[in-house]
Design a protein around this ligand. Structure first.
Ligand SMILES: NC(=O)C1=CN([C@@H]2O[C@H](COP(=O)(O)OP(=O)(O)OC[C@H]3O[C@@H](n4cnc5c(N)ncnc54)[C@H](OP(=O)(O)O)[C@@H]3O)[C@@H](O)[C@H]2O)C=CC1
Ligand SMILES: O=C1CO[C@H](CO)[C@@H](O)[C@@H]1O
Length: 386
C-alpha cells in the first residue's frame, strides 16, 4: 500500500473542517484508502496546518479519534511542513486571499497542489498561478464539487440519454436568506468576509466560478455574459459582534449564452427566501422534455406529460403544475461530491487517471466572475475568451 502525505491548510475553516477533513479525508481513511484502476490501494496521512493550535489540536485529536479511532498530525509551522520531503500534496481551503501564496509555496517545493475555488479574485493572478503550477510540472487541481452533486449527475445522465432533445434554455436559482446578525437570536450562518470585497467576498466571485464549470460541463463552453449585481444589505454584524459595512455584492443576476446557443440564466442571492425545492435548482428545457434538478433530486416532464395551459385569470388555476413531474429514482449510491473529487485527485497524484479540473480550469472560473463584474459595471454584454 502506498501512502500519500497531505498537508491541509485552512482545515480549521467551515469548508476545510466539514467537507474536506471530515467528509472527505477522514471518510477515505475510514474506508481504507482509495483503490487505483490497477488495484493498488492508496492510503492518506494528513497533517493539519494553520495558525490556531487549539483548533488544530481539537480536529487532529478529538475529531479524528471520533471518526477514525486515532489522532492525526498537526502543526502551526506551515512553511516547514510544506517544505518537508515527506509531503506529497499541499491542500488549501483557507481564505481566498491566502490561496496564491499557498499555491506558490507548494509549487516552489515541487508538491502536488489541490485547492478550493476561487483560486484568485483576479484573472491575471489566476492565470499566473496556473502557469506557476504548469512550469513547476506539479499535478494540480481545484475544487469543482458541483459536478458530482447527485442532482447534477442525474441531469448529465438525462442529457447523455437524449431525454431533452435539443436543449433550449437553462434556469438556475441559487441562494437563501443569510441572517445579518442584527437579531441576536439569528446569528449569521456564513463568515463575515464573504460580505467584504476587500477580503475576497462577493457573490460573483463565489458563485460564477461554479456556474462556469457547471454550464461548461453540462451544456458547453460559455460565449458571453450579461450580468447585474447588488449590495443589498449595507451593514452586517461580524463574528465579534461588531457592525461592519458590506462592500461585496450579495446578489447577482446573469445570462450566460453558450457557444452552441443555449441561454442559461442564473440568479444567485444571499438575500432571498426560498420557495423552491432546494437551495440550488436548475431547470433545463428541451424540445422533447424538461428537468428540474436540486442538490440531490431531479424531476422530469416529457412531452406526453406536458400540460396544455390556457390563460384565464378569471377562474382558479385548474392545473396542478407540480403533479405533472416525475421524480427520477437514484441510479447509484451517491457519495459526497467533495470526497469523489478528492479520490480522483489522489489517484491522479498516484499516476492513475487524468484530472482535468486543474488550476488552468479554475482560472476560467475567475475569468467568468471578472467578466460578470465588467458587465455589471459597464452595463453591457461581455465576450468570454476561449
Ligand atoms: N466549494 C465550495 O462549495 C465552497 C468553497 N468555499 C471557499 O473555501 C474557502 C474558505 O471558505 P470558508 O471555509 O467558508 O471560510 P472560513 O472563514 O470558515 O475559513 C477560513 C480559513 O482560512 C484561515 N485563515 C483566514 N485568514 C487567515 C490568515 N490570515 N492566516 C492564516 N489562516 C487564515 C482560517 O483559519 P482560522 O481558523 O485560524 O481563522 C480558516 O481555516 C474560500 O476560498 C471560499 O471561496 C467556501 C464555501 C463553499
Ligand atoms: O462560496 C460558496 C458559497 O456557498 C455555496 C453553497 O454553500 C458554495 O457552493 C460556494 O462555493
Amino acid at each position: 500500500m502506498r501512502t500519500l502525505t497531505v498537508a491541509m491548510h485552512g482545515v480549521t475553516g467551515r469548508m476545510g473542517t466539514n467537507q474536506h477533513f471530515i467528509r472527505s479525508i477522514l471518510a477515505i481513511m475510514r474506508q481504507g484508502g482509495v483503490t487505483t484502476s490497477g488495484g493498488e490501494t492508496i492510503g492518506i496521512k494528513p497533517i493539519l496546518l494553520g495558525r490556531d493550535a487549539a483548533k488544530l489540536k481539537h480536529l487532529a485529536e478529538s475529531v479524528a479519534n471520533e471518526q477514525i479511532g486515532h489522532h492525526v498530525d498537526w502543526s502551526t509551522d506551515v512553511d516547514s511542513v510544506i517544505s518537508d520531503a515527506s509531503v506529497d500534496i499541499v491542500f488549501d481551503s483557507s481564505s481566498t486571499q491566502m490561496r496564491a501564496s499557498m499555491v506558490r509555496k507548494a509549487a516552489e517545493h515541487g508538491k502536488a497542489v489541490y485547492c478550493e475555488k476561487p483560486i484568485a479574485i483576479d484573472t491575471d493572478e489566476a492565470i499566473a498561478l496556473a502557469e506557476t503550477c504548469e512550469s513547476a510540472g506539479i499535478r494540480n487541481g481545484v475544487v469543482q464539487d458541483k459536478l458530482w452533486l447527485p442532482g447534477v449527475r442525474k441531469l448529465r445522465m438525462l442529457r447523455d440519454q437524449g431525454f431533452f432533445g435539443d436543449i433550449l434554455s437553462v434556469r438556475g436559482e441559487f441562494g437563501y436568506w443569510v441572517f445579518t446578525g442584527h437579531d441576536p437570536d439569528q446569528p449569521p450562518q456564513r463568515p463575515s468576509w464573504n460580505y467584504r470585497s476587500e477580503d475576497g467576498g462577493g457573490m460573483m466571485i463565489d458563485m460564477f466560478c461554479h456556474w462556469q464549470y457547471l454550464i461548461g460541463d453540462l451544456f458547453g463552453p460559455i460565449d458571453r455574459v450579461l450580468a447585474h449585481a447588488a449590495v443589498d444589505i449595507p451593514e452586517r454584524i461580524d463574528e465579534s459582534g461588531k457592525p461592519y459595512p458590506c462592500t461585496a455584492d450579495d446578489s447577482a443576476y446573469a445570462i450566460f449564452v453558450t457557444k452552441s446557443g443555449v441561454t442559461c440564466q442564473f440568479n444567485s442571492s444571499w438575500t432571498t427566501r426560498v420557495r423552491r425545492d432546494d437551495l440550488l435548482t436548475i431547470q433545463v428545457d428541451g424540445t422533447k422534455g424538461s428537468a428540474v434538478a436540486g442538490l440531490r433530486e431531479c424531476l422530469v416532464q416529457d412531452m406526453e406529460s406536458t400540460p396544455r395551459p390556457t390563460w384565464n385569470p378569471d377562474i382558479p388555476q385548474p392545473i396542478d403544475f407540480y403533479s405533472g413531474w416525475e421524480q427520477l429514482s437514484d441510479q447509484t449510491n451517491y457519495d459526497n461530491a467533495f470526497k469523489i473529487q478528492w479520490e480522483l485527485f489522489l489517484r491522479h497524484v498516484a499516476g492513475d487517471g487524468e484530472f482535468p479540473w486543474s488550476l488552468r480550469s479554475g482560472a476560467h472560473g475567475v475569468a467568468l466572475a471578472n467578466a460578470g463584474e465588467t458587465s455589471w459595471r459597464q452595463q453591457r454584454w461581455v465576450s468570454i475568451e476561449s
